[in-house]
Design a protein around this ligand. Structure first.
Ligand code: ARG
Length: 307
């Protein structure tokens, strides 16, 4: 795996955490007798990830799409994003491949080497899925998983921000880029064929835990990015995809994994990402571990009942 320390110079089912937040919001709105879906920033402004623009071919070579293996049509099959951290391993969100249990590897394909869901690229089998052993479906804590490809791919990989690089590379105000084939509309669904990107500043966990934001639900192992005014954000379908920051050397490094948020691009409801630096050691351990026996294709998350 490559690392960055400091400046060297179909859509997925909504994760439980998102759903609960939506329901809470709707209930509160009903109680207050205001419309459940008030007009939001971004509704009209930008037709376009939300508020973003098209990625150029080759701009993010390590970006992949996760596909439902049973669906032949690539566009219909896409349900999450991911990023190649080695020629053999893709990092994504745990909630993309875990729903009470880890998905069997045979259920997931990875689309590599294209920005279009309608042409180009190669569809690669997955032979192992490793969900973080402490992934918590209720709180979205440790929302990270690694997929091993059945064969290595010859594509540029994305360096990972390490603990040592976290402070320098992911400080508040850093302009990060979220990437994916997720919904482009704040209200309603419009899924793009072509990969999209959007720039969002990193905000502190303190701001993100403000009363009008997430009021304490954002843990130290999560990272938030977005504008207080809203309008630009990742959205459903972008999950598992990368949030990248400048690596200080002209390239990008992986800082976050798209995880959750209340609606998309709503004011003060920042996008919440898995804070990758806190998992760099775990990732290293998984991708360098000797292969397990043929029987152990699926690493089962030990998801005991959440505390
Ligand atoms: N959980 C969503 C998914 O499965 C991603 C949510 C991101 N939301 C946000 N407002 N940034 O695709």
């Amino acid at each position: 795996m490559r690392y960055t320390t400091a400046a060297r110079r179909l859509r997925p089912a909504m994760p439980a955490a998102d759903l609960r937040r939506e329901m809470l919001g709707a209930m509160l709105a009903a109680l207050l007798l205001v419309p459940a879906v008030p007009a939001q920033a971004g509704d009209v402004a930008t037709p376009q990830i939300v508020g973003g623009s098209k990625a150029a071919p080759g701009e993010f070579p390590w970006q992949v799409a996760l596909l439902d293996a049973a669906t032949a049509n690539t566009f219909n099959a896409q349900f999450c994003g991911g990023a190649l951290v080695t020629e053999r391993w893709v990092v994504t969100a745990a909630h993309c491949v875990f729903d009470g249990r880890v998905e069997p590897p045979s259920a997931v394909d990875v689309l590599v080497g294209t920005t279009s869901l309608k042409s180009g690229g190669i569809r690669v089998d997955v032979d192992t899925i490793v969900v973080h052993p402490r992934y918590n479906e209720r709180t979205s804590e440790n929302d990270i998983a690694l997929l091993r490809l059945a064969e290595p791919v010859d594509v540029e990989t994305l360096p990972v921000v390490t603990l040592a690089g976290e402070a320098a590379l992911t400080s508040a105000g850093t302009l990060a880029t979220a990437i994916g084939w997720g919904d482009t509309l704040v209200k309603g669904d419009r899924y793009p064929v072509d990969l999209r990107k959007v720039q969002v500043p990193i905000v502190t966990n303190r701001v993100c835990n403000g009363r009008r934001s997430y009021d304490g639900d954002v843990t130290a192992k999560m990272l938030c990015a977005g504008f207080a005014a809203g309008g630009k954000d990742s959205c459903q379908g972008d999950s598992g995809g990368p949030l990248v920051v400048p690596d200080g050397d002209g390239g990008f490094a992986l800082a976050g994994i798209t995880s959750w948020g209340a609606r998309c691009a709503a004011p003060e409801k920042y996008g919440v990402y898995t804070r990758v630096a806190r998992f760099a050691a775990w990732m290293e351990k998984v991708v360098t571990a000797p292969r397990r026996g043929a029987a152990a294709h699926v690493s089962t998350a030990s998801n005991a009942a959440p505390p």
